[in-house]
Design a protein around this ligand. Sequence first.
Ligand SMILES: Cc1cc2nc3c(=O)[nH]c(=O)nc-3n(C[C@H](O)[C@H](O)[C@H](O)COP(=O)(O)OP(=O)(O)OC[C@H]3O[C@@H](n4cnc5c(N)ncnc54)[C@H](O)[C@@H]3O)c2cc1C
Ligand code: FES
Length: 280
Amino acid sequence: MCILYERKWQPKNGVWRGEKPPQRIEVESKILRRELLAENTYLLEFAVGADLAAELGKTGAFVFLRLPEDPQYFHFPVGVMKVGGAAVQVVVEAVGPKSCRLLESAAGEILVRGPYFNGVLGQPWIDNITCGTIFLIAGGMGQPPALPIAARLAANNNRVTALLAPGKIGRIFIDRDLEDLGVTVHKVESLRRKGTDLLAAWLADGETRPDLVVSAGPDEQHHGVIAAMQAAGVNVPMAATNNATLCCGEGICGSCERETSDDRRIRLCKVQTDFSQLLP
Ligand SMILES: Cc1cc2nc3c(=O)[nH]c(=O)nc-3n(C[C@H](O)[C@H](O)[C@H](O)COP(=O)(O)OP(=O)(O)OC[C@H]3O[C@@H](n4cnc5c(N)ncnc54)[C@H](O)[C@@H]3O)c2cc1C
Ligand code: FES
């Protein structure tokens, strides 16, 4: 089934989504809101043009951010959490030179490059499912991409149950937004400990078996969710956030290349796949 899905998901003419190659716009913007969510983790809001904002509402959308005075190789991918009119919200965790530099800048001027779309592996499953039962597992920095995923699923009349954990950043911050979308929210201190047991119980219950599972968080979490599904004998699609190391984002540099279980090498900034097909 996965091979079939992959064949369907890939663009027929080597172009991703649509007949024309997408035009990347790089716009100057200013940070309009900056809120400390957790240690070293900030919600940022900035404005972009109407066309770019509309594109950034799509599932798995992300942008590259950098400071205007920095060279292009300082840009880094950041997933879109919310779009409201022209305002875009993202959450950035300071983990290394690029994210720290952006967050430490006092001026608040930024360059926003986008739209990019491959932030979720299995995104067509999310876009196409209607009236289904979905388990959404989100830990730490998996929360920002989990919110637009949940919004998309809720818009298509799916029943979404979310399992949230604070992860390394130490805070759950999307619970209210999810509840406003009609999602049933369960919070645990740790996915590794209590979360795994809870997920195993949900998966074992024949009445609540899901049609789709979504894991938003680090690859380690994705592997834990796959293991729980295998242990419960649940064989349904699993979509997962894309944690590849991206450099160009255009399918050119090769920094995001991974090998698959059927001996292909794919560039994760561009190519859709089933996460479980990626070799470690
Ligand atoms: C599609 C996509 C969407 C993303 N969305 C976001 C987002 O919304 N917000 C955000 O803050 N980041 C996001 N990232 C991750 C971000 O782009 C990287 O963390 C980026 O490398 C940061 O650059 P840096 O120079 O600050 O750190 P780097 O020098 O690249 O990393 C510094 C150190 O931190 C480690 N590290 C990098 N990322 C993480 C991480 N996520 N968790 C733990 N350790 C890490 C690295 O292994 C390295 O040791 C996303 C990545 C992808 C591929
Ligand atoms: S990031 Fe350059 S090929 Fe994917």
